[in-house]
Design a protein around this ligand. Structure first.
Ligand SMILES: C[S@@+](CC[C@H](N)C(=O)[O-])C[C@H]1O[C@@H](n2cnc3c(N)ncnc32)[C@H](O)[C@@H]1O
Length: 277
């Protein structure tokens, strides 16, 4: 079988999968380690061909293409991903970019990424701002394994902390944090039922939150308020229907400059606020 035939067969197998034609190419390039155009000039390695059709079968069975490939780009770096960790999303790149510019403007040094998953937010901040002291907090062992792996490969100075973000504040001194960033679980139990089948492969612990999806926003904003220094900044990624509630919550706790920001798709997906000086 040559490259053209292999790709055609994979595309046929993935014809019912959304964007399956592209996935067939991405998996091809991962399995063979060369581009499809390069492969057109060569004999295909039979082992790689077996690997390729194994990957295509996993995709046809519904596994996310990112887990099969095993890595995924986020702000220009390749993050290791797989079963048990949330796949970094493009909207989260906007959260990380905002955090990087705010940290740069304010000279923030002690930065906390709560509910870190792959570490995509905290690691990206550390890569952009080499003087920053970044800690990434993640509770679940399967996700923590990816966090450690990504830190080792991409930003070895970042601290990986295995802890419950809802309690970790107890370990911090008052005023010791310049910036807190978090993309926590925020999907309510009711909304979980209506999520796309694709999300069924990602861990429920990364998605679902009690209290109608607001548990982490309520606990983090209240319990870390005293841990942020005066003038320190809080940045949350939020679900697109949670903006007003999270803004009211932060204003009620006394944060200032509370802003709801739109992502590039025009959806309200980021809330930022500052601690009064
Ligand atoms: C929405 S995911 C975000 C992951 C990553 N920050 C990102 O943006 O891709 C939430 C993460 O929080 C972790 N998590 C859930 N409950 C937690 C808790 N109580 N303490 C710390 N991490 C928690 C999950 O395992 C998951 O990795």
């Amino acid at each position: 079988m040559n490259a053209r035939e292999a790709l055609a067969s994979a595309r046929q197998r993935l014809s019912e999968v959304e964007n399956g034609g592209n996935h067939a190419v991405w998996l091809f390039e991962e399995a063979f380690g060369i581009s499809y155009l390069q492969a057109l000039q060569q004999q295909l390695d039979p082992d790689a061909l077996g690997r390729y059709f194994g990957m295509v079968d996993r995709r046809a069975a519904g596994e996310p293409v990112q887990y099969i490939i095993g890595h995924w780009p986020f702000l220009g770096a390749e993050f290791s991903v797989g079963s048990g960790v949330l796949i970094p999303r493009p909207e989260t790149e906007e959260v990380a970019s905002l955090a990087i510019s705010r940290a740069r403007e304010s000279g923030a040094k002690d930065i906390l990424d709560l509910c870190a998953g792959t570490g995509c937010i905290g690691i990206s901040i550390a890569r952009a701002l080499p003087g920053a002291r970044v800690s990434c907090v993640e509770l679940y062992p399967k996700a923590f394994k990816y966090l450690e792996r990504n830190i080792a490969a991409l930003a070895p100075g970042v601290a990986a902390v295995m802890a419950d973000a809802l309690e970790y504040h107890e370990k911090l001194a008052p005023g010791s944090i310049d910036m807190l960033v978090s993309n926590p679980p925020y999907v309510s139990r009711e909304e979980m039922a209506s999520l796309q089948p694709e999300l069924a492969h990602e861990p429920v612990s990364a998605l679902e939150a009690a209290d109608g999806g607001l548990l982490f926003y309520k606990t983090i904003s209240a319990c870390y308020l005293q841990k942020l220094r005066p003038g320190g900044r809080l940045i949350f990624e939020i679900g697109h229907r949670q903006g007003d509630q999270v803004v009211r919550l932060l204003e009620g706790l006394g944060y200032c400059d509370v802003q709801l920001l739109l992502d590039q798709g025009g959806n309200p997906r980021i809330v930022e606020a500052r601690v009064r000086e």
